[in-house]
Design a protein around this ligand. Structure first.
Ligand SMILES: Cc1ncc(C[n+]2csc(CCOP(=O)(O)OP(=O)(O)O)c2C)c(N)n1
Length: 399
């Protein structure tokens, strides 16, 4: 066979196009939809304690999401983004990491943050933007962050976390830290230029990063099939950039866990960036500002309800005799009580002092920012009834 020496390419004489639309990367599945193990699958080693921690976190996130959508509807918080139906993707992957690994999320990975140890009170303080919020109430609800837990603060502009993850992982490599960065994003965010620049750089510089795409079928109202991409989803893009790539059933927590565990090993031991595409479905609306009945059918949602990741894992755990139906009900009731109690507490905590608005960015806030803050205070003094949480603390309120 003739070879081109410079590029080490096989030479062919027939003009043959590679049909990108015919490519189909398979999907790893360990747990079938009915909670039984797929024939021939290797179940990852998982002790009871770890399995129950994963299940516990899934239950917590399910009830947190349900309650906070309701709280938004009641006018108690301004906005919410639910991860309903996608709990296995964030929790299964976070469970495969070390606490020292960096997490850079999009905004639907509350499961990973909860798994790391963010408390129900910390969730509520952020959602109510009260003075105990780590971000001092300066971000929209759900834009969590925790330096202590190595969870980078969420940014609203899509895909910015992807090149940041490449850069952060490069730093981890230079420091020989033995840690990696996991970066979550949706298939919609993968249409941003940032995604492509980040993956190419990660592959070229061989950084310990795990790029986890949650392919949940929609980017707000844009369906992934046909409107977001014409090819075989996101996974082939990892192949194109020359990195190890795998597609998994994102609703199967065991498949997600196994793939992420292997990806972490590749990243940390061999400085091999990895792309994981988790196939799932966004069961709720995009956010509380969205109504999905305008762009998708009830039948489609029902078909995905049958693939529910929480019910699937629960059936597996019950079959394994690590859990009973009663245990599951008790965990759910306990989580619900904790969420409701924290919610009631957090909404009574005062708002941050308005001076916090301009703190922490500059060592000393510049004059123009100070002037703008004074103008804002004057405006609030004039219309105190429009700012009930802030007005009472402007003059003389404790900082
Ligand atoms: C740069 C930028 N463009 C547009 C938006 C508006 N926007 C917010 S979320 C979103 C959809 C993202 O979909 P996807 O990445 O698939 O994640 P999902 O919400 O499905 O989890 C869009 C278009 C934005 N925040 N930033």
């Amino acid at each position: 066979m003739a070879k081109d020496k410079q590029h080490q390419l096989e030479i062919v004489t027939e003009p043959k196009f590679i049909d990108g639309s015919a490519l189909k990367i398979p999907m790893l599945q360990i747990l079938k939809e009915d909670g039984t193990v797929q024939k021939g699958a290797q179940v990852p080693e998982l002790d009871k304690e770890l399995a129950l921690k994963m299940f516990d976190t899934m239950q917590f996130i399910r009830i947190l999401d349900e309650r906070m959508i309701a709280a938004q509807r009641q006018g108690r918080i301004s906005f919410y983004l639910s991860s309903l139906g996608e709990e296995a993707a964030s929790i299964g992957s976070a469970a495969a990491l070390d606490d020292g690994d960096m997490i850079m999320g999009q905004y639907r990975e509350q499961g990973a943050l909860a798994y790391r140890g963010f408390t129900v009170e910390q969730f509520m303080d952020q959602l109510f933007s009260n003075e105990r919020d780590l971000g001092k109430g300066r971000q929209m609800p759900v834009h969590y962050g925790s330096a202590e837990l190595n969870f980078m603060t969420i940014a609203s502009p899509l895909a910015t976390q992807i090149p940041q993850a490449t850069g952060y992982a490069f730093g981890q490599k230079m420091d020989k830290s033995g840690t990696c960065t996991i970066c979550y994003f949706g298939e919609g965010a993968a249409s941003e230029g940032d995604f492509h620049a980040a993956l190419n750089m990660a592959a070229v510089y061989k950084v310990p990063a795990i790029f986890f795409c949650r392919n949940n079928g929609y980017a707000i109202s844009t369906p992934s099939q046909g409107e977001q991409y014409a090819g075989d989803g996101i996974a082939p893009r990892g192949v194109a950039y020359g990195m190890k790539t795998i597609r998994v059933d994102g609703n199967d927590i065991l498949a997600v866990y196994q793939a992420t565990q292997m990806a972490r090993k590749l990243a940390v031991e061999d400085n091999e960036p990895v792309l994981i595409e988790g196939m799932s479905y966004r069961m709720a609306g995009h956010s509380t500002s969205d109504d999905p009945t305008g762009y998708r059918t009830r039948d489609e949602e029902d078909a995905w309800r049958a693939k529910d990741p929480l019910a699937r894992f629960q059936t597996y755990l019950i079959k394994k005799k690590w859990l009973t139906e009663k245990d599951a009900e008790e965990i759910f009731a306990e989580k619900k009580a904790a969420v409701l109690a924290a919610l009631k507490k957090a909404e009574k905590v005062p708002a941050p002092h308005i001076d916090e608005l301009i703190n922490d960015v500059y060592d000393t806030p510049p004059q123009q920012l100070k002037e703008q803050l004074e103008q804002l205070k004057a405006h609030i003094r004039k219309y105190p009834e429009a700012y009930p949480k802030t007005a009472s603390r402007i003059d003389g309120g404790e900082k």
